[in-house]
Design a protein around this ligand. Structure first.
Ligand code: SF4
Length: 363
């Protein structure tokens, strides 16, 4: 079991102890690669716009998409979206067991419920039956705002312990009712609480696949840092079977960020990694501008290659010798290199175009 005392790396402990559940054709848990999720942010009545947004996140590498169903009047739209979505759709339900039951009948590939606000454990029973009938899993998503009173007021427990205990109670109830196709999340908006909560749940419920995330993480810059720090810690410890990076931004940014994080941890690779130096007094070009141009052009490359943009010829090729390809810039020119060896000199105004041409020529 992963724990904070372990000195092994994540590659030594793939997360194979959790059960495997299927969301459509996407596996979660049981050693499957960490699945990338995002959530639509449009009213369901905008069916075409929602489908366009699903296509955009799918193109960016999203595995599973979630949609909130606020009202019964949204169910017809939900059904239409599910029927045409290229990704499996998770129905996000609050406050109404009836909505969850209907969503299961109308094409949801998974339900996300919080028994704490759906009417309690007994009200959950028909939802479990509907999910079983539809052959779909349920994510139990607990949060601090809907803990039951006894747990919430227990002075002997920390917030992570309360969240974990709540998740455990719900899971045990579902299992007693014969429903085991479960995923659990227990997110908080601060990183230490999130990390500690998931550590406890992973220890107490080692076979339950975990959906990890720092909720309400904020706008792009802050949200990326909070999510990367929290989820990075968890993933490094082998905790997390599926993830959403929650941003106040375009859902496509959530998906791209998830891939960058998974790539940085060497867990799943999809996009190029840009290696660019911070520059120093040896740099004689506008490297910030050059690196941003390369970054922009790499957005159309969906291959996991390492591309270096370095500020000087003296140290650049050596410092980035593990890059698949790179450029080191000097006075009015750049040298394109691969494996630390120079392969071509190009004028400064051709650096980006030449570098991209060499990237395109790579197998
Ligand atoms: S590559 Fe050159 S310019 Fe960039 S930080 Fe290193 S020494 Fe400085």
């Amino acid at each position: 079991m992963a724990n904070s005392e372990s000195s092994s790396t994540l590659k030594d402990k793939p997360n194979q102890r959790t059960n495997r559940v299927w969301v459509g054709e996407v596996p979660i848990g049981g050693g499957a690669p960490c699945a990338v999720q995002s959530m639509l942010n449009l009213p369901l009545s905008q069916v075409e716009e929602n489908l366009a947004q699903i296509q955009r996140v799918a193109d960016a590498g999203c595995d599973i998409i979630r949609i909130a169903i606020p009202h019964a009047s949204d169910l017809d739209f939900f059904e239409q979206i599910c029927a045409r979505s290229p990704l499996p759709v998770v129905a996000d339900i609050h406050f109404s067991a009836e909505l969850a039951i209907e969503a299961a009948k109308r094409g949801a590939a998974k339900l996300r419920i919080n028994p704490g606000n759906i009417g309690g454990l007994e009200a959950t029973i028909p939802v479990l039956e509907a999910a079983k009938q539809a052959g779909i899993p349920i994510r139990i998503g607990v949060n601090a705002g809907s803990l039951d009173t006894a747990l919430r007021d227990d002075p002997t427990l920390s917030l992570p312990q309360k969240l974990a205990r709540s998740a455990q109670q719900y899971v045990e109830f579902c299992q007693q009712k014969g429903f085991t196709d479960l995923v659990v999340s227990a997110k908080a908006h601060d990183v230490p609480t999130t990390v500690e909560t998931y550590r406890i749940i992973s220890r107490e419920l080692p076979h339950i696949p975990l959906h990890i995330g720092v909720t309400e993480a904020g706008t792009l810059f802050q949200g990326l840092i909070k999510s990367a720090s929290g989820l990075g810690i968890l993933l490094e410890q082998g905790i997390g079977d599926t993830m959403r990076i929650s941003l106040t931004d375009d859902p496509v940014e959530e998906v791209k960020a998830a891939w960058v994080l998974l790539g940085a941890l060497d867990l799943r690779l999809r996009y190029p990694e840009l290696i660019s130096c911070p520059t120093c007094g040896r740099c004689q070009v506008d490297l910030i501008s050059l690196a941003k141009q390369v970054e922009d052009r790499l957005r159309s490359v969906a291959r996991p290659i390492r591309v270096a943009v370095m500020g000087c010829v003296v140290n650049g090729p050596g410092e980035a010798k593990d890059a698949d390809i790179g450029v080191a810039c000097g006075d009015g020119q750049g040298v394109i290199f691969a494996g630390g060896e120079v392969i071509k000199k190009v004028p400064e105004d051709q650096i980006v175009d030449q570098l991209m041409a060499h990237i395109a020529a790579l197998n």
